[in-house]
Design a binder for this molecule. Structure first.
Ligand code: GLU
Length: 465
C-alpha cells in the first residue's frame, strides 16, 4: 500500500560510493520499500572544488549494480542554490536570521580567545542585535541563524534515543556566506523539506548537524523529519574503517567478484539484526527491516564473513546466471562455445569458489590454450614416474567407447587397481595435465566437460614434452 514515507540517500560526489555509503543507501532503500514509500536520491554537490561528474557516475553505477533503485530523477543540490538563498531571505524577514559583518580577524580573535580559555570556539553573537547601518562601509555580510540561547534542542532519534543539546552551546551558524552561497547546513534542511523527506537515515557523524538542522527547521516553521543516525562501520580491529580494512568503492567489490545480492545481504547485517538470521533474500530483508533493530555500537567489517556469504550465494546461484556475472567482470566477450563449457562445468566449479574471480580462476582449464602452462604445484605432480603412469593410462582412455564422467572414472579406477596404485597417484597427474593446477573441480567432470579430443591431447602434451 503506498504511504507517505519518503527517505533519501544524499551522497557527496567527492569520491566513489564507499561501503559505508552503500549501507546507508541500502537502509534507506529498505525502509522505503518496507513501508511502501519512496527513496529519493540527492547529489550533494555544493562543494564545487571536490565534486566531480566521475564521482556522480560512480555513485549511480554502484547503486544500480547493488540493485538499489531510487524514485524519480536525482536532485542536484547545487542547482537549488536560489531556493536556498530564498529560505535565508525568509528567515531574515521573519527575524530568525541576521546579517553579520564580523571580519575574518574578529572571528580569528574569537577562536583564539576560546582556545586560550579552553572552550570550544563559538561565534559570540556580536551582530545579533546590532543595526546593519553600523556596518563598515563595503563590508559583505554573512547571514546567520538567530539561534535560541536558552533551553535545549532535542532529537528523538530512532537509533540513538533522545539526544539533547544545550542551546547555549550552539552558536549562530552561518546560513549564507558573504559570496551569497548557501551553507551545507541550510541546503540540507531546505532540500529535505522540499523533497518531502519524512525519515532521515544517515551516519552518526551527522548527529551534531541534526541539532543545528533542527534549529533551522524550527525557525522556518517546518516539521523536523524523523531521524535515525546509524553507527559508522569499523574495521575488524575496532578502528574506524579505512581503505586498509576494505573501505573500497562498491565497484572494487564488483571487480573482486562479489555478487550484488551477497553484498546486500552482508551490508544489511552490518549494524542491523533480526534474531540470529544471517541469510536474507531481498524480500525477507524488506519484510523484516526496522530501525529499532539497528544497534548503537559500530559494526565491524569482516572480509572473511563477506567471502563466506558470497561463496554461499555463488553455490546457490543458477549456472547460467554465474556465467553472465563473470561476463560482467571480464573484458573479453565469452564465446558461445566457452559459455556452453562454462555452464556445463559450473556445478563442479561453484562448489569451492568464494568469489567470481576464484570461479574464473578455477575455470582456467576451460580457456587455457595448449600446451597448458602448469603452475608450480602442478609441475611438482608431473615428475618422471607420474609421466610414465600417464603414458600408460592414455591408451586405456583412448580405447573407451563412451566418453563420460562415469566411463572415465571406471576406467581410471580399473587402471589404478591393475597397476597397484592408489587412485591419487594417477588422478593427481591427470589433474595436473588436464587443468594445469593441483586443485580443480572434480577430475572426471573436467574430463567430461573438456571432451575426449581435448582431454587426450592435453595428456599427450605432457608426456611428449
Ligand atoms: N552528504 C552527506 C554525506 O555524504 C550526507 C548528508 C545527509 O545525509 O544529511 O555524508
Amino acid at each position: 500500500m503506498p504511504s507517505n514515507v519518503v527517505t533519501r540517500f544524499a551522497p557527496s560526489p567527492t569520491g566513489y560510493l564507499h561501503i559505508g555509503g552503500a549501507r546507508t543507501a541500502l537502509f534507506n532503500w529498505l525502509y522505503a520499500r518496507r513501508f511502501g514509500g519512496r527513496m529519493l536520491l540527492r547529489i550533494e554537490d555544493t562543494d564545487r572544488e571536490r565534486s566531480t561528474q566521475g564521482a556522480i557516475d560512480a555513485i549511480l553505477d554502484g547503486m544500480s549494480w547493488l540493485g538499489l533503485d531510487w524514485d524519480g530523477e536525482p536532485v542536484h543540490q547545487f542547482a537549488r542554490a536560489d531556493r536556498h538563498r530564498e529560505a535565508a531571505e525568509t528567515l531574515l524577514g521573519s527575524g530568525h536570521a541576521y546579517r553579520c559583518f564580523a571580519t575574518a580577524e574578529e572571528l580569528q580573535q574569537m577562536r583564539e580567545t576560546a582556545r586560550a580559555e579552553g572552550r570550544a570556539p563559538r561565534y559570540d553573537g556580536r551582530w545579533r542585535d546590532r543595526d546593519p547601518s553600523e556596518a563598515p562601509a563595503g563590508a559583505k555580510p554573512v547571514i546567520r541563524l538567530r539561534a535560541p540561547t536558552e533551553g535545549e534542542t532535542a532529537i528523538d532519534d530512532a537509533v540513538q534515543g533522545r539526544v539533547t543539546w544545550q542551546n547555549r552551546d550552539l552558536d549562530d551558524l552561518v546560513l549564507l556566506r558573504s559570496d551569497g552561497n548557501p551553507t551545507y547546513m541550510l541546503a540540507v534542511v531546505v532540500d529535505d523539506h522540499d523533497m518531502g523527506v519524512t525519515q532521515v537515515i544517515r551516519g552518526d557523524d551527522h548527529l551534531t548537524n541534526a541539532a543545528r538542522q533542527a534549529q533551522i527547521y524550527k525557525a522556518l516553521g517546518w516539521d523536523v523529519p524523523a531521524m535515525a543516525h546509524i553507527p559508522l562501520i569499523h574495521g575488524a580491529d575496532g578502528a574506524k574503517l579505512s581503505k586498509r580494512h576494505g573501505a573500497l568503492g562498491v565497484e572494487a567489490y564488483r571487480d573482486l567478484g562479489y555478487l550484488p545480492a551477497a553484498l546486500r545481504n552482508y551490508l544489511v547485517r552490518l549494524g542491523w539484526s533480526h534474531g540470529d538470521q544471517e541469510v536474507f533474500s531481498t524480500d525477507e530483508m524488506v519484510a523484516a527491516f526496522d530501525l529499532k533493530a539497528i544497534g548503537r555500537s559500530p559494526a565491524r567489517f569482516d572480509f572473511a564473513k563477506l567471502e563466506n556469504l558470497n561463496g554461499r550465494y555463488i553455490r546457490e546461484s543458477d549456472d547460467t546466471a554465474l556465467v553472465d556475472a563473470i561476463q560482467r567482470i571480464v573484458p573479453e566477450p565469452i564465446t558461445p562455445k566457452l559459455r556452453e563449457n562454462l555452464v556445463a562445468a559450473m556445478p563442479g566449479l561453484k562448489e569451492r569458489a568464494k568469489t567470481l574471480v576464484e570461479l574464473l580462476d578455477s575455470a582456467y582449464y576451460l580457456t587455457a590454450a595448449r600446451p597448458l602452462a602448469l603452475d608450480d604445484k602442478a609441475k611438482g605432480l608431473l615428475g618422471d614416474d607420474a609421466k610414465t603412469r600417464l603414458g600408460l593410462v592414455i591408451p586405456a582412455l583412448e580405447a573407451l567407447e563412451e566418453w563420460s564422467a562415469t566411463a572415465t572414472e571406471a576406467e581410471v579406477r580399473k587402471f589404478a587397481e591393475a597397476q597397484g596404485l592408489k587412485l591419487g597417484q594417477i588422478a593427481q597427474p591427470l589433474r595436473a595435465a588436464l587443468t594445469g593446477r593441483a586443485t580443480s573441480p572434480p577430475l572426471f567432470d573436467v574430463m567430461a566437460v573438456l571432451g575426449r579430443e581435448e582431454s587426450l591431447a592435453r595428456l599427450r602434451d605432457q608426456i611428449t614434452q
